[in-house]
Design a protein around this ligand. Sequence first.
Ligand SMILES: Nc1ncnc2c1ncn2[C@@H]1O[C@H](COP(=O)(O)OP(=O)(O)OP(=O)(O)O)[C@@H](O)[C@H]1O
Length: 471
Amino acid sequence: MLAQISTTNDKSIHLPLKKKILLVEDEVLFAKAVVKRLQKAGFECEHAETLHDARLLIKQFEPDMALLDMRLPDGNGLDLLSDFVAKNVNTIVMTAFGDVTDAVNAIKMGAIDYLKKPIDLEELLLIIQKNEKTTDLQTSLDYSRQRDTVVNESVQLIGESAAMQSVRQQIARIAQLSALSDAVQPTVLIAGETGTGKDVVARYLHAHCENRDKPFVHVDCASLPSELIESELFGHEKGAFTNAVATRPGLIESAEDGTLFLDEIGELPLGLQAKLLNVLERRMVRRLGSTKERPVQARIIAATNRDLYEMSNEGRFRSDLYYRLNVITMQMPPLRDRGQDILLLAYYFKQLTEKRYALPHHEFSSNAMMAIQSYDWPGNVREMRHQISRAVLMCTQPQITDIDLGLPQSLTMSTTQALAAELPLTLEDAEKVMLLNALEQARNNVSKAARILGITRMTMRYRMDKHGIAL
Ligand SMILES: Nc1ncnc2c1ncn2[C@@H]1O[C@H](COP(=O)(O)OP(=O)(O)OP(=O)(O)O)[C@@H](O)[C@H]1O
């Protein structure tokens, strides 16, 4: 299980919690051995000898997983299994040697696995750990499924530059079209460097269309684990593969009549690009393991910070999919090209932070305003949001100066040079220098920086967090 803690920015951090396992077993000596072994392996464990006690513990202890014996003094373990399944508690049943019927019934009812007695403790531990990994992935996926289904009407798109006005006009036109006809809505592609506001534009578009009260499903193609991406997108039938314990609609289907936002579409594996193209062309989706096709009504918006045209020329992105996506394209300009919008955004983020933390009003000094306008913002609006919020939070004077902003340009040396100059470097420092260098080369594009270093995007993110590198 993962605890979600909101941070001051738009991301969340996940802290691992101890998994809770409830053992329902009337053989006391065996139960003690299991509890001891599981506690040693880092689990929190409770033991119930009867169905009655187990029912009380389900409420009080709220287990993540259960180990359930079939023959209990006050009834059959199967009677309790439905309680566990209803509460999404992954349950492994323990059956008497040779009792296949119970095991089959338990799996049909939703148990995730079964073990025959006598039970080998190490085998039991292996099964639990295997399940733990799958649930962790599932939990984070469930979270990403839920977190974006509601779009706040008040999504703000700040900017008056010609480029931003053109984006707004395009959005207004698309919204107008969606009000005019029930026909399939054209696909929208939002392109632009990282942090330019592609996600904001997708939400703003959804919030201004007829279907604004329908789900907005955000799929980050770069962070979905490759082994789960297909079933997550397309869904699956029960039994389509190991661990497919229940039928589950995919993210495409869960967008219903709303919006499906395919973020970082350039990261989608080639095999799935073909399947997605099929969905876009035929507006039908088929779950893994199913023969039935279901209609897809959702508006589809894709976003990318990569050059899909170049990728398609190099054979890394299907050109047919590129042309299919490229019906209406909105190009988000880099922040450095937005003229007066730079200061507008700086004031907006200053006020936002002051309001959020109930801080007194600040002004920017003229040097600060010059620094904001002359800096080239490689991380675009996201970088500005972080820098301004940090400066507002740390500034104890009524005026925010260029020093408070601490923009890299105002330093005599770049951060990486400064770090490298501090010899001798520890291994930790050397790693930080490599990360910063790669980010600098990739103009703060995390996926690109990860590729430069030959590591995955997730590893890159983890290492950036470790060194406190925020973009
Ligand atoms: N025009 C804008 N008005 C207000 N806030 C904005 C605007 N553009 C971006 N932001 C803010 O900047 C941050 C980054 O924006 P967003 O996540 O939309 O960028 P992105 O282009 O999707 O980035 P990435 O390519 O890394 O996914 C968010 O906190 C967002 O709220």
